[in-house]
Design a binder for this molecule. Structure first.
Ligand code: SF4
Length: 753
C-alpha cells in the first residue's frame, strides 16, 4: 500500500481497513515517506489550518523533537507568531531529515484547549486563577516556612528530563547551592539510571561509548530490552534501511515479546521476563569456549577477566536455556554471530533498566562488548538509548539527588568545593549526603518528612510505580506545587499551586540526545500570554527567596556559559560548544574541550577507561529473579512498555487525533494458552489484578507474548479512562544501586471483568 499525500502535505493512512500491526509497519517508515515528499516539493508537515489557508512560514527555526532520546533535529515553521509547520533537519546527524509521526505532528501540542495561561491557587478546595506575583509569593513563603519549621530537607523538587539543560542547571543551583537540600530528583531516575550505574561501574563514567554514526558502520546489531521500532522509530528505521541495503548485516533482538523490532531480526531470543543476565552470561560462556576472546588482549584493557571466566563456567547454554526459555542452539548461534562480527553495536533500553538488577544487566551486556573488543572502534560499542529527550543533559547539569554539574558527586568534597567556587557560594551549603531518589522522596512524604514538593514537567500520578499509593501521598503533602503546560493532569489536580510553563518552540536552550550530542533549540514563537519559561520561573523564585546575587543571568545563553565552566576538564566537557557554533554545526557530541574541536563521536578509542588503573571492569554478575515472581495466587508475570503512537503519559500525544485515534485505549496482551485456560477471548474486557491495584482492559489474545506473561502499555492514565494505568499494578521495588523501579516484572492474575 502506498502513502497518500493530502493537499496539506500530510500522510493519510486508511486506519479502519488495516490492523494496528500493519499500520505500525507503515508508519515506522513515515520518514521515508517524508523524504519522498521532500523530493516532490511537499517539504513540510503543515498544520491543518495552515494548509487550508495556504499559509507559508515566514521563518524556520532550528530545534529538536522534544519526545524520545533519539533527538531528531527539525525546523519549526513560524508565521505571524504561530507555529504552522515542522520539517526534519536533513543535516542533523541523528535523523538526516527523518521524523516519525509524533515528531511530524508536533505543531498541534502548542494549541490544545487545556493550555495553561495563568497560575492557579487552590482555595476552599477549588482552583482559582491568580497573578504571577501572588503565585510566586505563595510558593516562596510556604517553602520558607516549611524550611524554618522543619529544616531544609523538608522541601523537595521532582523535575523532568524534558526540561532544557539550562533549566536543570539553575534549578539544581537553587536547591543544592542556595537552599542547601539535595532533594532534587527527576523522572530520568525512571529511565536510564541503571544504564548509568552500569556504565560507571564497568567503564568508570556515565555516557555511551558509541554514536549514531556507528549505525552505518556496524555489521551486527544486538538490540536488547529495546523495542526501537516503537520507542525510537527513526533510529530503528536507520538500522532497517541499512540492513535492507547491506544484506550481510545481522540483527539479533532480545525481547520477551514479538514486536515490530523483532520483525527485522535474524535471531529473536524470546527470553522469559527478567532473565537477561543468564542469557548474556551464557553468550559470554560460548565466546570463551569457542575462542572468540583474545584473552591476552582483553586482559590488557580490563580488570577481572579470570574472575569472570570462572564465574560464567556454570552458565552453559543448557543451563541458561532452562532459566531463559531460549533454545541453547540459539544462544550458541548468537555467540558465534557476535564473536565473528567485525563490529557490533549493542543497543539497550528499558528492558534492562526497569529491573531490580538493572545495573547488573547493563554490566553483563558491557562484559560482552569488552570480551569481543566491540568498543572504541567504528561501528561498535555499548549504546544505552534514553527514553526522554534530555535525560543526558539533566545528568550533565547535576539533575539527580546524588549529582552536581559535570557528572560530579555531592558526596565528594573536592567536587563540592569546585562547584561552590563557580556558583560563588559557601561550600558548606552543599550537603555532603545524597538527597532522596524519587521513590524514597514519596516514601518520606508519606511519613510526613517532606512537606513541600515542587513537581516540574512530569506526571507521577501515572508514571511512578504503584500509583494508588502515589495518589494517596500526593493528597497528603502539605504544600504541593505543579508546574506544567496543561491543566489538569492526573498529578496537578492534587496541587495547591499550579504554575503555567512555556514549552517546546517557545523557549531557547540545549538538549543532549542519547549519543552525547548537544543541540540548540531555538524559540520560534512566544509562549501564550501568562505562561513563562521554566528558567524564568526558577530565576524569579530564586530572587524572591533572597538568592538574587547568584542568579544574575541575562538569558539562557548566560546560564549555558556558566554551566560550560562547570564542565571544563571533566569527561563531559562542553567548553568548546557555544550557541553560535550550534547554529552552524547542528549537533556536537561531547567531550568537546575547545572551539576548534569537532566533538567526540567515539569514546575509549585507545582502550583507556575512567577507572583508577585505566582499565574497564569485567564484572561477574549472577542471574536473579525479579523481586516479585508469579505464584499460585498471582500466576502471571506483567511486562510493560511503550507504543509507537504515544509518548510518556499522553499529556501531548493523547490529544493529537491522528495518534489517539490510532491507539485510543490501553489493552492487555495474553498468550492463547492462558486465554484458553481463563476462557477469555480477544476483545472482551478483563480485570488484571496485582497486590497493589487492578485495571480493566480489553484483552488481546496473541502469541506475541510468552505463555505465563502478559503485556500492558504504560502510557494511559485515568484522565482518559478509569482503571487502565499499568502502574496501578507495578511493583515499587527498585535496584539497590540505581534506585530505578522494577516496572517490567510483577505478579498478577486475570479475572473476567
Ligand atoms: Fe525522532 Fe523520537 Fe521525535 Fe520520533 S519521537 S521524531 S524518533 S525524537
Amino acid at each position: 500500500m502506498k502513502y497518500e499525500s493530502t493537499n496539506n502535505g500530510s500522510l493519510l493512512f486508511p486506519l479502519d481497513s488495516i490492523s494496528r500491526r500493519d499500520f505500525m509497519k507503515r508508519v515506522a517508515f513515515v520518514g521515508a515517506a517524508a523524504t519522498f515528499t521532500l523530493s516532490t516539493g511537499l517539504k513540510v508537515f503543515e498544520t491543518a489550518e495552515a494548509a487550508e489557508k495556504n499559509i507559508q512560514p515566514d521563518s524556520w527555526h532550528l530545534s529538536l523533537c522534544p519526545y524520545c532520546g533519539a533527538g531528531c533535529g527539525l525546523y519549526i515553521g513560524e508565521k505571524a507568531g504561530k507555529v504552522v509547520a515542522v520539517k526534519g533537519a536533513d543535516e542533523h546527524p541523528a535523523n538526516k531529515g527523518y521524523l516519525c509521526m509524533k515528531g511530524l505532528l508536533l505543531p498541534q501540542i502548542l494549541y490544545f484547549k487545556d493550555r495553561l495561561t495563568t497560575p492557579l491557587i487552590k482555595k476552599d478546595g477549588k482552583m482559582k486563577e491568580a497573578s504571577w506575583d501572588e503565585a510566586i509569593d505563595l510558593l516562596v513563603s510556604k517553602f520558607k516556612k516549611i524550611i524554618q519549621d522543619n529544616g531544609k530537607d523538608a522541601v523537595a523538587f521532582y523535575e523532568s528530563a524534558q526540561l532544557l539543560t539550562e533549566e536543570h542547571y539553575v534549578l539544581n543551583k537553587l536547591a543544592k547551592g542556595c537552599i542547601g537540600t539535595n532533594n532534587v530528583d527527576a523522572n530520568a531516575r525512571l529511565c536510564m539510571a541503571s544504564a548509568v550505574g552500569g556504565m560507571i561501574t564497568s567503564l568508570g563514567k556515565d555516557g555511551p561509548p558509541a554514536n549514531y554514526s556507528d549505525i552505518e558502520l556496524a555489521d551486527c546489531f544486538f538490540i536488547t530490552g529495546a523495542n526501537m521500532a516503537e520507542a525510537h522509530p527513526v533510529l530503528y528505521q536507520r538500522i532497517a534501511d541499512y540492513k535492507s541495503r547491506k544484506k550481510s548485516v545481522i540483527v539479533i533482538v532480545v525481547d520477551p515479546r514479538k514486536t515490530i523490532t523483532t520483525d527485522i531480526a535474524d535471531v529473536h531470543l524470546k527470553l522469559h521476563c527478567g532473565t537477561d543476565i543468564a542469557l548474556y552470561n551464557a553468550i559470554a560462556h560460548v565466546l570463551f569456549k569457542e575462542k572468540f576472546v583474545d584473552e591476552a588482549k582483553v586482559a590488557s584493557y580490563t580488570n577481572g577477566l579470570e574472575e569472570l571466566k570462572l564465574h560464567i563456567e556454570k552458565y552453559t547454554p543448557e543451563y541458561a536455556a532452562n532459566i531463559t526459555g531460549v533454545k541453547k542452539e540459539d544462544i550458541i548461534k548468537t555467540a558465534m554471530m557476535l564473536g565473528s562480527a567485525r563490529a557490533a553495536l549493542y543497543f539497550c533500553c528499558m528492558g534492562l533498566n526497569h529491573s531490580s538488577v538493572g545495573v547488573w544487566k547493563n554490566n553483563a551486556i558491557i562484559n560482552l562488548c569488552l570480551l569481543t573488543g566491540h568498543i572504541g572502534k567504528p561501528g561498535a560499542g555499548y549504546f544505552s538509548l534514553t527514553g526522554q529527550p534530555n535525560a543526558m543533559g539533566l545528568r550533565e547539569a547535576g539533575g539527580l539527588s546524588h549529582l552536581l554539574p559535570g557528572h560530579r558527586l555531592v558526596e565528594n568534597e573536592v567536587h563540592r568545593n569546585e562547584i561552590a567556587a563557580i556558583w560563588g557560594v559557601d561550600p558548606k551549603i552543599i550537603a555532603p549526603k545524597p538527597g532522596k531518589n524519587v521513590l524514597d522522596l514519596f516514601r518520606a512524604a508519606d511519613k510526613g518528612d517532606i512537606k513541600g514538593l515542587w513537581i516540574i514537567g512530569t506526571n507521577p500520578a501515572v508514571s511512578l510505580t504503584d500509583v494508588n499509593w502515589v495518589i494517596k501521598v500526593l493528597q497528603k503533602i502539605e504544600f504541593l506545587v505543579v508546574q506544567d503546560i496543561y491543566y489538569p493532569t492526573e498529578t496537578s489536580k492534587f496541587a495547591h499551586l499550579v504554575l503555567p510553563a512555556a514549552q517546546w518552540a517557545e523557549k531557547l536552550g540545549t538538549f543532549t540526545n542519547s549519543d552525547r550530542t548537544v543541540n540548540l533549540l531555538k524559540a520560534a514563537v512566544k509562549p501564550p500570554a501568562g505562561a513563562k519559561s521554566d528558567l524564568d520561573i526558577f530565576i524569579e523564585v530564586a530572587h524572591k527567596m533572597g538568592y538574587g546575587n547568584y542568579f544574575q543571568f541575562k538569558g539562557p545563553e548566560d546560564v549555558y556559559n556558566e554551566w560550560k565552566r562547570c564542565s571544563k576538564g571533566t569527561d563531559v566537557d562542553v567548553s568548546g560548544i557555544t550557541y553560535a557554533r550550534l547554529e552552524k554545526q547542528v549537533g556536537i557530541p561531547w567531550p568537546c574541550p575547545s572551539e576548534d574541536h569537532q566533538g567526540t563521536l567515539r569514546r575509549y578509542t585507545h582502550f583507556k577507561f575512567y577507572t583508577p588503573n585505566g582499565k574497564a571492569n569485567l564484572l561477574a554478575r549472577d542471574h536473579k529473579e525479579p523481586l516479585e515472581v508469579p505464584d499460585s495466587e498471582y500466576p502471571l508475570c506483567l511486562n510493560t512498555g511503550r507504543l509507537f503512537d504515544h509518548w510518556m503519559t499522553l499529556t501531548r500525544t493523547g490529544k493529537i487525533p491522528q495518534l489517539i485515534n490510532s491507539s485510543p485505549e490501553s489493552y492487555v496482551e495474553i498468550h492463547p494458552d492462558d486465554a484458553q485456560r481463563l476462557a477469555i477471548k480477544s476483545g472482551v474486557h478483563v480485570n488484571v489484578i496485582s497486590r497493589r491495584g487492578d485495571v480493566i482492559l480489553k484483552a488481546k489474545v496473541t502469541d506475541t507474548v510468552t505463555k505465563g506473561e502478559i503485556f500492558i502499555p504504560f502510557h494511559y492514565g485515568y484522565l482518559y479512562k478509569e482503571k487502565q494505568a499499568a502502574n496501578l499494578l507495578t511493583n515499587p521495588a527498585y535496584d539497590p544501586g540505581s534506585k530505578e523501579p522494577e516496572y517490567k516484572a510483577c505478579a498478577v492474575k486475570i479475572e473476567k471483568a
